[in-house]
Ligand binder design. Structure first.
Ligand code: NAI
Ligand code: MG
Length: 355
């Protein structure tokens, strides 16, 4: 029996609904497989915790999380707490504290799900976006001077280091190499941003030499939105900066049908620390408590977690259950169905148990 310690942090809004669904799916995998078990510990960190304690998580939060094999995360964000507090108070400290520098975002059109692209069906859009997750535009460097005065200044400085860019580039090339098409697109904005972005391009060309079997090309981020929309078949693995990939992956999620199916993994490729797995979406105030949140993104990210833990069979079983349930039309309203979170979850569990 292989045992894994999983820290579940559902946090806010629909985060609590989709993580509860994901935990019951993990329990069904444990039952079905019999050779793997999950010890799942829940943490009540997030915006409610903040309102009580003035912090999003305890000061020794990272110390506590270090003892786990993986982190299963919901979403942060509450209508009455500023977004930069919720984000910088919980999710970013975990990503940065555990040096989860590779943010991996697979996207495909699942069977039975309609892409807003008229001519695209399953197979036409099958991408993995690799987002640099430790520096770039979200490094937190900058400041404000002369607050509130007419001459107030705010700076938000993007930090790109050779070490940071090289390691994400190498990760992306390796991932591209592991996929059947061995195709990588490097996204920058090196026409307008002539320092850090030009360095990205140079490092890409250097790292490419280590991967002669990977075909790669370069795109400017604005042109990339056009290519994703008009020629989705021409793309496979994509690597971009923290900001660019954040935006492109929301576009990718919506082109695949809904943000509610888009997963993400925050990975420490060196495995010094636990990696964190979460749906891409936020806490979705507009549907919180209605029981209609799409749990597919949180199931898919659980499959990424299983893959990362080396549990390939469990990951494959879960992905195939997701495919079956989507193909059968058991879908939440965001993807054109009528099912509730619970109905989708029960259908996935049934598919797992019967497989
Ligand atoms: P959002 O992702 O929460 O919602 C955007 C739209 O997509 C909403 O209409 C929502 O109902 C829909 N949606 C999202 N997930 C869905 C699901 N699983 N099933 C069905 N529909 C779904 O983004 P929004 O509204 O911009 O942000 C709300 C809060 O979430 C903010 O406080 C924001 O800062 C936070 N946020 C947190 C993230 C995280 O924790 N990683 C990521 C994005 C936003
Ligand atoms: Mg985003």
């Amino acid at each position: 029996m292989r045992n894994y310690k999983i820290a579940a942090i559902p946090a806010d809004g629909i985060g609590t609904e989709v993580i509860a669904a994901g935990v019951s799916v993990l329990e069904s995998l444990q039952k079905r497989l019999g050779n793997v078990s999950f010890a799942i510990e829940h943490f009540d960190w997030g915006s409610d915790y903040y309102k009580k304690h003035g912090v999003m998580m305890p000061t020794d939060g990272l110390e506590t999380l270090k003892n786990f094999d993986a982190i299963y995360f919901g979403a942060v964000g509450a209508p009455d707490v500023p977004d930069h507090i919720t984000l910088w108070g919980l999710r970013l400290p975990i990503c940065q504290g555990f040096d989860q520098y590779a943010n991996v975002r697979p996207t495909k059109i699942l069977p039975g799900i309609q892409s807003p692209l008229r001519n695209a069906g399953p197979g036409d859009l099958d991408w993995v976006i690799v987002r640099e997750n430790s520096e770039g535009e979200y490094s937190g460097h900058g400041g404000r001077a002369h607050r509130g005065l007419p001459e107030e200044v705010g700076t938000e400085v993007a930090i790109f280091t050779r070490a940071g860019v090289s390691r994400i580039m190498r990760y992306a090339f390796k991932l591209a190499q592991s996929r059947p098409r061995k195709l990588l697109t490097v996204v920058t904005k090196s026409n307008a941003q002539r320092h850090g972005m030009v360095m990205w391009d140079e490092i890409a060309a250097e790292v490419a030499k280590e991967f002669p079997d990977v075909t790669w090309d370069k795109m400017l981020v604005d042109a990339m939105t056009v290519r994703m929309t008009l020629h989705p078949q021409s793309l496979d693995t994509i690597v971009a900066t923290n900001l660019h990939a954040d935006i492109l992956s929301d576009l990718a999620g919506s082109l695949a049908g809904s943000l509610g199916v888009a997963p993400t993994a925050n990975i420490d490729p060196q495995r010094r620390f636990p990696s964190m797995f979460e749906p891409i979406h936020g806490s979705a105030f507009d549907i919180t408590g209605k029981g209609i949140a799409n749990p597919i993104a949180s199931f898919w990210t659980a499959a990424q977690m299983l893959e990362h833990l080396g549990e390939k069979e469990a990951a494959t079983l879960l992905m195939s259950a997701i495919d079956q349930v989507c193909a059968a039309g058991i879908k939440t309203p965001d993807v054109g169905g009528k099912a509730t979170t619970l109905e989708v979850t029960e259908a996935v569990i049934t598919a797992i148990i019967k497989s």
